[in-house]
Design a protein around this ligand. Structure first.
Ligand code: GLA
Length: 386
């Protein structure tokens, strides 16, 4: 991490010739509870030791100069001309500036350099790390006195309205509220949350990046959202009190199965079961029963593969390969899907074998090498004091 901070800081000094404020903004993992956040359900994420480092300094005018260290690309705009760009990465930054301006917060232009070790587009939410990081930086630099929840909401709005992905709040929430060695059980309706210790001397979290990136991820993601809404609309005719799939039990859903378009029905089945799995998985954690917890991860994966249909062959291969190994408690695809990564809970003495075997299986089946990272649960977005 320290090397990364020095690299971003050096790039900033070289480009802009003055001292920046440095912010570390982590990528997240999610143990279980996928595609439940925008259905007002439950999730269980945490911030990690993989982070985006932002070096930022305010300017006296409205100009915004950005530098992406990892792409060696510059982008210049001004607060009055925030528009989507073909480079894509500036949109996460511009989106945040745009929602802060819309909300009426007093900010100026800025110089900013950033770089990191969160796999880009890899399911650990590098985008929320950029958005949450800049929201945090603006709050700090301009003394706006906004609380973390307001920052998470603004960061989400940037992604929803400016970038155009209708995501839920999980990623930004984990990015900002993360704590060392703890995961967050978040109720995405009330936004009440509880920290659960996630500390095991002999177990590691392994993120296996398929390196597959699918362009249709955004359109399919937004389509899943619509399908869930269609399900809620249908169910509301029978249960007028419900607001989201969160309010429906499996039995109540099945009672009206014949009225459903089959695809919409499958989507609803998945969401209702996944919400229940998060609750049960949290009980497993309290009992420190990782075997049961791991089984729920496998079940979650099957649901994402067969009912929600957001997995892909490469992610399935990674999960199947992990499941064959001794010392693996559970494994599933993580994040939006259509490529990206899997998350596995692995006994520390089995990590070496995991890397060898999963890489070999993946290579044999796809001709490609996956990127396998062992990650730690760390604190959320923060200022780095040097
Ligand atoms: C992406 C979104 C999140 C969440 C997950 C799926 O990461 O940004 O809001 O919906 O997908 O659980």
């Amino acid at each position: 991490m320290n090397d990364l901070v020095q690299k971003v800081k050096a790039s900033f000094l070289e480009k802009f010739g003055r001292q920046p404020v440095l912010i570390a903004s982590p990528g997240r993992i999610n143990l279980i509870g996928e595609h439940t956040d925008y259905n007002e359900g439950f999730v269980l994420p945490g911030a990690t030791d993989r982070a985006i480092i932002l070096a930022v300094a305010p300017r006296k005018d409205d100009t915004c100069r950005f530098y992406a260290c990892d792409f060696n690309q510059d982008f210049v705009t001004s607060l009055g001309h925030l528009e989507r760009s073909d480079l894509h990465w500036p949109d996460y930054l511009q989106g945040v500036l745009s929602v802060f301006l819309q909300a009426g917060y007093k900010i100026s232009g800025l110089d900013l350099a950033f770089g990191g070790n969160v796999p880009i587009g890899g399911g650990m939410s590098s985008s929320a790390a950029i958005e949450g990081g800049l929201a945090f930086a603006l709050n700090y630099l301009y003394d706006l006195h906004l609380d973390l929840l307001t920052l998470a909401r603004l960061a989400r709005q940037a992604e929803n309205d400016f970038v155009g992905v209708k995501c839920g709040i999980m990623d930004m929430f984990a990015n900002l509220f993360g704590q060392t060695k703890r995961v967050i059980k978040l109720d995405c309706r009330s936004l009440e949350f509880e920290y659960y210790p996630f500390e095991w001397e002999k177990v590691r979290i392994v993120v296996s990046d398929s390196l597959v990136r699918r362009a249709l991820a955004t359109s399919e993601y937004n389509l899943r959202r619509q399908q869930c809404e269609a399900g809620v609309n249908l169910l509301q005719k029978h249960y007028p009190g419900i607001k989201s799939l969160r309010d429906v039990t499996f039995t109540r859903l099945v009672a009206y199965q014949t009225e459903f378009e089959p695809t919409v029905f499958k989507r609803c089945v998945y969401v209702i079961k996944e919400n229940h799995r998060v609750e049960l998985a949290c009980e497993d954690l309290l009992r420190r029963d990782l075997v049961s917890f791991g089984q729920r991860m496998y079940e979650s994966h099957l649901g994402l593969r067969d009912e929600y249909e957001v997995s892909c062959r490469e992610l399935d291969l990674l999960v199947e390969s992990a499941a064959r190994l001794d010392g693996v408690y559970g494994s599933r695809m993580m994040g939006a899907g259509f490529g990206g990564c899997t998350i596995s809970l692995v006994r520390s003495d089995a990590i070496k074998l995991f890397k060898e075997k999963v890489s070999a299986d993946y290579r044999q089946a796809t001709g490609k090498e996956p990127a396998i990272h062992v990650v730690r649960i760390e604190a959320g977005t923060r200022v780095i004091q040097e």
